[in-house]
Design a protein around this ligand. Structure first.
Ligand SMILES: *Cc1c(COP(=O)(O)O)cnc(C)c1O
Length: 366
């Protein structure tokens, strides 16, 4: 008998583990601090939609049933809101799942995806799981360089990811840039426009990406989520909008009950709660103004943001600043994982949280 251990697929050896925001409970446990503020994962500081919570209270009595594998009611509600037919929708266990479905359905081993650098790491992860490779195109002035991204497309390219607004920079791709880019992309390359933060955008130049789908463009999928402004990150619901042919391909690799029952109920209720969305947008706008002012007063450079987080240059190894903030009970994110070791990515919080962050940052930096 030989004594070889089971060998995993070689393709997955390259995968770097995802670095999540540190959970509040972990900081409480490890540092013995009770009052902890998490500004690390771009969650809604106002919490979930109260309408969603109300709907969940009733729904919890029915969790012995399997969920509706088609997400009928959620799709109906989304279709009505977005002005598309339900056959153009796919719902996922978070947008993360849809990223993986995209790779499973479209990327063969050795094939390529094109992404910006820095951007959300899950695009590369999904491609790597399938034995694909990410071609990383450096940002210009912290923005997607769509000219260079178009030039990076080859016969091996299957997917191009545009994170809009971009995580971690908070910058956007504008309508005219995106129009020009799409005109250059071969129709057999699927362009994935990830709009996880679209509800926070204030720029009038932000693209109407759904118009591409409505007009029948064959190679665009728009991704959105209930994890950010709708405050349902813990339940995991994201969705994609594309042509029925693309949706069919994704459904082939989707598990039959991928979106749990409570998630469907909460998302459907949250979608109708426009008051909560409006409040969340407003508190973000106020927080952004406050943080811009205070960061400037601290003499720190930052990238103006269209999202609910700010990419800030602290001018020194940000892991040190991160650790010292942690001991004051404030969790943020370091930029090293994005290739920017002097940056922090900070979620915009409530006024109290923002004040606490700035006070802590002032002490740590002085
Ligand atoms: C937070 C985020 C998502 C949402 O992920 P979920 O799996 O839906 O929670 C998607 N894309 C980006 C860029 C994000 O920052």
């Amino acid at each position: 008998m030989d004594n070889l251990a089971p060998q995993c697929r070689e393709a997955i050896l390259e995968i770097k583990p995802y670095v999540p925001g540190k959970p509040i409970e972990e900081v409480q446990r490890e540092l013995g601090i009770q009052d902890v503020v998490k500004l690390a994962s771009n969650e809604n500081p106002l919490g979930p939609s109260p309408e969603a919570v109300l709907a969940l209270r009733e729904a919890v009595e029915k969790i012995h049933f399997y969920p509706d594998g088609t997400c009928y009611y959620l799709k109906e509600a989304l279709a009505a809101k977005l002005g598309v037919t339900p056959d153009k929708l796919i719902i996922g266990n978070g947008t993360d799942e849809i990223l993986k479905l995209l790779a499973e359905a479209f990327v063969n081993p050795g094939e390529e995806i094109v992404v910006a650098d820095p951007t959300f790491s899950e695009y590369e992860f999904a491609a790597q799981v399938m034995g694909g490779r990410a071609i990383k195109v450096p940002c210009r002035d912290f923005r997607h360089d769509l000219t260079a991204m178009a030039e990076a497309i080859t016969s091996r390219t299957r997917l191009v990811f545009i994170c809009n607004p971009n995580n971690p920079t908070g910058t956007i791709v504008e309508q005219d840039e995106l129009d020009a880019f799409l005109a250059k992309v071969p129709t057999n390359v699927l362009v994935v426009i990830d709009e996880a933060y679209n509800e926070y955008v204030t720029s009038p130049a932000y693209p109407d990406s759904l118009a591409y789908v409505r007009s029948g463009r064959p190679n665009v999928i728009v991704l959105r989520t209930f994890s950010k402004i709708y405050g349902l990150a813990g339940l995991r619901v994201g969705y994609g909008i594309s042509q029925p042919e693309i949706i069919h391909a994704l459904n082939r690799v989707r598990e039959p009950f991928n979106v749990n029952f409570l998630a469907q109920v909460a998302a459907t209720a949250a979608l109708k709660d426009e008051i909560h969305v409006a409040k969340s947008r407003e508190i973000n706008r106020e927080g952004k103004e406050f943080l811009y002012r205070e960061l400037e007063a601290l003499g720190l450079q930052f990238i103006p943001t269209e999202a609910n987080f700010i990419f800030v240059d602290v001018g020194r190894d940000s892991r040190e600043v991160f650790n010292r903030l942690l001991r004051k009970g404030v969790i943020v994110r370091t930029g090293d994982i994005f290739g920017y070791p002097t940056f922090l990515r900070i979620t915009i919080g409530t006024p109290r949280q923002n004040q606490r962050l700035i006070a802590s940052l002032r002490e740590v930096l002085s």
